[in-house]
Design a protein. Structure first.
Length: 426
């Protein structure tokens, strides 16, 4: 299924008049503050977030999985779904593949399919956290960190194969998330597994083309509950530094212990030129993988404040890659991803509104009240008419969820795919 402009225009039409009034009112307010609306719109339109191939079907917990209907049963259908989200939002211009969950059978066909939807391939993701059918050596006790030389070599080889595949698809980065760790004190020698991981990552790094990035993701716990080898940003940062200039830390919002000051981590990494990528989600307790912005929207805004500051002031840090990494247990994945995109763009746009000059002045005279006022003035601005305008100008939907429902996208997909298809992934 593909949405064309005429269909989207038909659902936009009844909403245009009110949108124009709201946009005009916001524009007057922003221009009065000295903010260039045209520039803002340009930045919003350019901001693109990758959709992971594993997030288009229902996720699940260890207690159960409740399938949706019309789930994409093949990689082609997943690309189609991302294409639909992109057509509605103009914010999801790429797909990030998890291998082997979504290994393309025919590369040329997959490339042509994604091109026809206006999509490119973002970071490739390797998987050494599960054993695959007929796999020779198990990852039960670790992969890149394993004491078993054969498991380690196999995991290195897998990552190199993922790079090779990514090269053919036009991807430019490999994300490594390592589940390795231990469940019980004494199970592992911390220094040995860290050294093994460093050696393995180094071998993978050496196989990286010069214009690629290695993104090292960290996570404090799960699936292991006593220790994780790459548990925090410090460990990831250290490993990235030891690998070389093209290795970076990847921040996943869910991978922190409660109340961690993520915005400060972002700021430190950007100052050091080592923030390579970002996974968006939200959580109340742990790595809950909920819709980004659904629980802590103000924290998301503060994180974007640091990202915007870093993008403007840290030329030593490359432009980070953005991806949603969420799980959809009860919502329609496409609607949830659309909500995520809106929350991300909202936080980004609000961060763009912060008067950095005034903030610096207030900071320099220790006017704490003024500092908070400046941040919150931006946060309290309702930027939704700006986001809608950016979509309208790009041929996307003024209200993407409403359009998704009015155009009966899911119903159409169920008709085409049936009710019982199941997407690959966790
Ligand atoms: C691990 O929790 C993670 O965040 C990594 O990015 C994985 O690739 C992804 O989730 C798998 O669902
Ligand atoms: Mn992640």
């Amino acid at each position: 299924m593909k949405l064309d402009r005429v269909q989207i225009e038909s659902v936009n039409k009844p909403k245009i008049e009110l949108q124009q009034k709201k946009f005009e009112a916001l524009g007057i307010d922003l221009e009065h503050q000295g903010i260039e609306v045209k520039q803002l719109l340009k930045k919003i339109k350019e901001f693109q977030v990758a959709i992971p191939s594993w997030a288009l079907g229902a996720g699940g917990t260890r207690f159960g999985r409740f399938s949706g209907q019309g789930e994409p049963g093949t990689l082609e259908q997943k690309i189609e779904d991302v294409g639909l989200i992109h057509a509605l939002t103009n914010a999801a211009g790429s797909i990030s593949l998890h291998i082997p969950w979504d290994t393309p059978q025919n590369i040329e066909e997959i490339k042509a399919k994604s091109k026809s939807q206006g999509l490119s391939f973002d970071a490739m993701n390797s998987n050494t956290f599960q054993d695959q059918l007929n796999q020779k050596h198990s990852y039960k006790f670790g992969s890149l960190s394993s004491l078993n030389h054969a498991s380690r070599e196999q995991a290195i080889q897998h990552n190199i194969e993922v790079i090779e595949l990514g090269k053919k698809l036009g991807s430019k980065s490999l994300t490594v998330w390592l589940a390795d760790g231990s469940n019980f004190p004494g199970q592992n020698n911390f220094q040995t597994v860290l050294k093994n991981t460093q050696d393995s990552l180094h071998k993978i790094y050496k196989a990286l083309p010069p214009d690629w990035k290695l993104l090292i993701e960290y996570k404090p716990y799960e699936p292991n509950f006593y220790s994780t080898v790459i548990q925090d940003w410090g460990t990831s940062f250290m490993l990235a530094n030891e690998c070389g200039p093209n290795a970076y830390t990847l921040v996943d919002l869910g991978h922190h212990l409660p109340n961690t000051n993520i915005e400060q981590i972002v700021s430190t990494l950007m100052l050091k030129g080592k923030l390579g990528g970002f996974h968006f989600n939200d959580s109340k307790y742990g790595d809950d993988d909920l819709t980004v912005g659904s629980i802590k929207p103000y924290a998301l805004f503060l994180i974007f404040n640091e990202l915007v500051y870093g993008i403007a002031n840290n030329p030593q840090n490359p432009y980070p890659s953005w991806m949603i990494d969420a799980s959809h247990n009860i919502k329609d994945p496409m609607e949830d991803l659309t909500q995520s995109l809106e929350a991300i763009l909202e936080a980004y746009t609000k961060a763009l509104l912060i008067d950095q000059h005034k903030l610096k002045e207030a900071q320099s005279v220790q006017d704490v009240v003024a500092c908070q006022e400046i941040l919150q003035a931006a946060y309290r601005t309702d930027v939704r008419p700006l986001l809608a305008e950016s979509r309208l100008q790009s041929g996307a939907a003024l209200d993407p969820i409403d359009a998704f429902r009015k155009l009966k996208v899911r119903e159409q997909l169920v008709k085409e795919r049936g009710k019982a298809t199941i997407a690959s992934g966790l």
